[in-house]
Ligand binder design. Sequence first.
Ligand code: BG6
Length: 514
Amino acid sequence: MDSLPTVTVTAAPPCVMVIFGASGDLTQRKLIPALYNLHRNGFLPNEFAVIGVSGSSLSDETFRERAAASISRHCEDCADVGFLGTATPRLHYLAGRTEDSATYQRLKERLEQVHASHGTRGNVLVYLAVPPDQFAPIARGLQGAGLIAPGGDRAPDGSWFRMVVEKPFGRDLASARALNGELLACMDESQIYRIDHYLGKETVQNLLSFRFLNGIFEPIWNRNYVDHVQVTVAESLGVENRGRYYDTQGALRDIVQNHVFQVLCLIAMEPPSSLGNEEVRNEKVKVLRAMRRPQEEALLRDAVRGQYSAGMLGGETVAGYRDEAHVAPGSATETFAALKLHIDNWRWADVPFYVRTGKRLPARNTQIVIQFRRAPLALLPTETMQHANRLTIQVQPQERIQLRFQAKRPGPGNHLAQVEMAFSYDDLGSDGRATGYETLIHDCMVGNRMLFLRADMVEESWDVLTPVIDLWQALPPRDFPNYAAGSWGPEAAAQMLIRDGRHWIDPEGAGAVT
Ligand code: BG6
């Protein structure tokens, strides 16, 4: 393989990362390991420190010990203690409740000490790894203590303040608007980084390169050549220990509104004029604006929900959703959602976008299928025609791109086979045990907002889904649970495509391959 000149990624500028929710799962499983990986690969500056904040009373030492333990559990080559700081320790901890204004005063003092001891030049990246009801109170607390320099991304002295907000960002259009309003009352849009961890996945980022750095796909990437598009986000896990949270969310809010829509935007957007902060986001928001807001009649046909019952997965019996811990016994929360969507613009008019996601499906697998139209004239009798002309982008667990087409089998007669050209991401070298958060955290530090959601993007995506949410709330499901754990979801989801003369393309190696 020829290697091409690469853009050099340099170490981030000096800064302090303040993590709210520092004793929580996300910090220990993803954020600390991601920071360590950045350090190991030379992307963290020497002038860098962390202040962890949470309600638990921990000492600095205990926080550092926990960080070291999560690094050895989740990272390769975990021996580089330089990350924790050799002469001057880099990790600090502050116990404090987020609703208490004294917490922010103490944080301010701590920040001044850390800036002085670590040379971090007043630059602050706040990461909100906390439940969503704390997002606005923390923003207000930070503002009240004078920690958010006015004037957007850069204060007059050149320092910056940025804040990363985790999902879920609202639970419908009204609540997302209200949250945007509360955050924007405390800081500028350019300081808010609404994160979607799917955009940290290499294969998802590669969609931009695949589409816009190769001239060969663009001419056929439209309604003239594409029959339909499918996006599947399948999980074999159930709700694990998150029943309390998940039962208030459901599949539509948990996966479709954010991860699925972000993937769809990358597939459907127009070429941006550059990879600048706003150009890509401008094109993505246009896709969301062009998504049809479905009427009730269409929704009854084109939106399917499901909930799993007990079943078999990986040779083991697993419990039904309603029997999971902290789930209401008669819960109406959907663990599966499938939608037929339309993007009403010149590129995509009449091309259906089928999306589905679910828990307790046969395998963990995220894939995008671009099904091209069949050849206009069948020169040979073939039933397999509809399976060729297909581009499959596997996001996980394997990261690959395959193009499937027809070929003649050797020998007399005209017997056809379906063959594929495939690219596997491993060929470009593996990123080891990266968490998926490395790129996103580094982007925040360097001020690259391209992969983060802007206020209007979040609101548009809720606007598309709010009619579905309202309808599902008005009509409680009568058939739940309606799919067995280990199956591909309710029959109604299969019927939605069969009515259109199509079928779901299940991921290869994960149950039936069609
Ligand atoms: C999260 C959802 O955003 O994404 C979880 O809240 C889901 O319910 C997870 O399991 C899936 O992410 P990944 O990266 O494991 O596919």
